[in-house]
Design a protein around this ligand. Structure first.
Ligand code: ADP
Ligand code: MG
Length: 677
């Protein structure tokens, strides 16, 4: 068996389990091994017979009390049995062919036995347990995985264990790095993160894996930069005559910041070099119009402009808005998404292939895979993955002549953007359009959630609309978290009986999503209960209340994004964070949100408040392709990894060059930064 074998190669994975694993993104053995625990349970000291799970390895600190004479088995092995006590429990530990093992123990001494413990009538039995000398926290450490309704933690532990018995993972970091930082091997690290014996071991595993991720991630950014620099030839666009008229006909006058950024972009467009620019601007700062102007100029030069949106909802929204803006300027605007009919698709693709100048709007996935852009002048992408570099590298590989404009609403402290976006020129829209009202933000403990719903009701009476965001779609084992479905049921039967509510989440098909969204836009639905699919870009100016459930689960920048969904029109707006604030850090984080509406300030605070020693903090899966590290939380490690990456990418050393190539090749196959070989 190897790591690329299908997951069904494991015993116990039938079609049903396979499907359930698939929903967690686990398709092969590697996916499974990289499906890291979201948390650990440090099991309690007082273990009872009933607490023992025979499938789970654990450590028990036992007292050695008695030796039983060695016996010879039928198959000719020597069986050594030693009797231990754990509290009131008797434990028989058996070893095959290790008669010398008894010399390790002194009667009355305490030892940490690590293994599976089987329940026999009056005692527990363990075979070939390992003795842990390391000081342990007197407990077994049990991994806890994110689950869905068809998976249990026990099953995952079993599968991971089975996989680890079958495969070895080969080392993939340069040897000098492993020794410089005193890292354990990759194989050992992956074993330890699933089945840590001691806390120290777990920390070592996390340290190595995070470093590894951040190193390969940094290498990728630097390689993309190198690639781009060596291939910068582009198209020199003229500034079109209609530009002035377009600006005059906008429904508003541009802010100074918008004008400055547009100028920077147009200067790039004029140059015979390809543009590679990031526009960074807080939610609501008006990035769309900046992109529209950049695209408009390209189309008027006879080229095609593409705008890629992260979701279909957003693509549709852009389409409607942009068509309206460009209506009087004879610009062809088309949209291509998963729900475009096939005859429409054929028509549009034909047109694109012929090289007709137009603005094409669509989702990332579709445009990347499917469209032959013969006269591409500019690609604008609304950043899909915060801090993700994969998209950028794909764009650059595919179209090395076209201008690239990346837009992000994630405010990033300068210290960080140096590492994350070193391959891009950066423009910042650091000003909001005039007349925006501050969004009043309050923080309620769970038990006061009624207050939030009361405010929502009041606002609905005034004609406004409400978003409620939850971390989960369906209820799973993690009963502490609210799910969209659960909340819908409870609100529908109590607070919002008479009020049209709908739910929205990422697993719905795109047509359904679009319909739900348009009903909300048209004010037919008053309350939308949603997962974070609405995080990016959705624009419903009539919505004035954003309620975020389990706010402690989200990063501050993400909360700020979510909050940015309200306060987009003329109405006074509110954001209510409902959190289970057990720790002081959580309280401080919530207070930061209530104090400020400034995305940059919030991002800085986020940096400060993190790194608080939590192993996993508020890590969000699958946002960047980083599965373990959190850019904000692990900034210090990122600095070190980035420096190493620079050393590797810019050295002329042959081994280093080869390593970079391997990283890039590996990352084409899989977007996970940990195993690329
Ligand atoms: P974001 O930067 O979050 O993508 P949008 O481009 O969606 O922001 O703009 C948010 C809202 O502000 C839109 O309704 C847009 O029409 C409006 N807007 C943009 N620029 C200005 C401006 N200079 N003055 C007034 N309103 C503006
Ligand atoms: Mg936007």
């Amino acid at each position: 068996m190897n790591i690329y074998n299908d997951i069904s190669a494991l015993k116990g994975v039938g079609p049903k389990i396979q499907e359930a694993l698939g929903r967690c993104g686990i398709n092969n053995i590697l996916d499974l091994l990289l499906y890291f625990p979201r948390d650990y349970e440090f099991t309690s000291v007082n273990v009872d017979m009933d607490d023992i799970d025979e499938e789970e390895k654990r450590v028990l600190e036992c007292e050695y009390i008695q030796y039983e004479r060695d016996i010879r088995t039928k198959t000719g092995k020597t069986l050594t049995t030693l009797i231990f006590k754990y509290g009131e429990l008797i434990i028989k530990a058996k070893w095959f062919n290790q008669p010398y093992i008894k010399k390790t123990f002194v009667i009355g001494g305490k030892y940490n036995l690590y293994g599976k413990f089987k329940k026999c009538n009056t005692y527990l039995e363990t075979v070939n347990p390992v003795i842990i000398n390391d000081a342990i926290n007197k407990s077994g450490i049990i991994a806890k995985y994110s689950l869905n309704s068809a998976l249990t933690n026990k099953l995952l532990l079993k599968l991971v264990n089975q996989a680890l018995e079958e495969v070895r993972i080969s080392e993939n970091l340069p040897r000098n790095i492993v020794s410089k930082y005193n890292f354990i091997s990759l194989d050992k690290a992956i074993r330890s993160i699933h089945f840590p014996v001691t806390k120290g071991e777990l920390e070592e595993a996390v340290r190595r894996l995070k470093f590894q991720e951040l190193l390969t991630y940094s290498i990728k950014i630097l390689m993309v930069k190198k690639l781009f620099k060596s291939n910068k030839r582009g198209i020199a666009f003229n500034i079109c005559d209609e530009m002035i008229r377009l600006k005059e006909q906008l429904p508003f006058s541009l802010t100074n910041a918008q004008s400055r950024v547009i100028r920077e972009i147009l200067i790039d467009e004029k140059k015979p070099l390809a543009m590679n620019r990031l526009v960074q601007g807080d939610v609501g700062s008006g990035k769309t119009i900046v992109a529209v102007i950049a695209m408009f100029n390209v189309v008027k030069n006879g080229y095609q402009a593409v705008l890629m949106a992260p979701t279909e909802i957003l693509a549709n929204q852009h389409y409607k808005e942009i068509r309206k803006l460009l209506m009087n300027f004879h610009v062809d605007v088309e949209i291509l998404t998963g729900s475009t009919s096939s005859s429409e698709k054929t028509r549009i693709k034909e047109k694109i292939k012929e090289g007709t100048p137009l603005v094409l709007i669509g989702t990332h996935a579709l445009i990347e895979e499917d469209v032959e852009l013969n006269k591409l002048g500019i690609i604008v992408t609304d950043e899909q993955h915060r801090f993700g570099v994969n998209q950028r590298s794909k764009l650059i590989n595919k179209n090395n002549q076209a201008d690239v404009l990346v837009m992000t609403a994630t405010p990033i402290p300068r210290t960080l953007s140096l590492y994350l976006y070193s391959d891009l020129d950066v423009s910042i829209i650091d000003e909001l359009p005039p007349g925006r009202q501050k969004i009043d933000t309050v923080f309620y403990e769970e038990r006061h959630r009624k207050l939030a719903y009361n405010l929502a009701l009041e606002q609905i009476k005034l004609g406004r609309q409400v978003y409620i965001v939850c971390p989960l779609i369906e209820e799973n084992e993690d009963l502490k978290l609210n799910s969209v479905e659960k909340l819908y049921d409870s609100l529908k039967s109590e607070f919002f009986k008479e009020i049209p509510i709908e739910i929205l989440h990422g697993k719905m098909n795109s047509k359904t999503k679009e319909e739900i969204m348009s009903r909300f836009k048209e004010n037919n639905t008053k309350v939308l209960i949603s997962t974070t699919v609405i995080e990016v870009g959705v624009n419903v100016p009539n919505a004035s209340v954003m309620i975020i459930e389990n706010a402690e689960r989200f990063g501050l920048s993400q909360l700020h994004q979510l909050r940015g969904r309200v306060g987009r029109g003329q109405y006074k707006s509110y954001c209510i964070l409902i959190a289970n604030a057990k720790s002081n850090i959580t309280k401080k984080r919530m207070m930061t949100m209530t104090e400020s509406n400034d995305g940059f300030y919030i991002a800085e605070q986020d940096l400060k408040l993190r790194g608080s020693g939590e192993l996993f903090g508020t890590r969000q899966h699958g946002d960047t392709g980083l599965i373990l590290s959190d850019i904000m939380e692990d900034i210090n490690l990122l600095k070190v990894a980035n420096a190493e990456a620079k050393g590797i990418v810019y050295s002329e050393d042959e081994i280093n060059m080869k390593f970079c190539e391997e990283v890039m090749k590996g990352l084409e196959k899989s977007s996970k930064y940990i195993c690329f070989n």
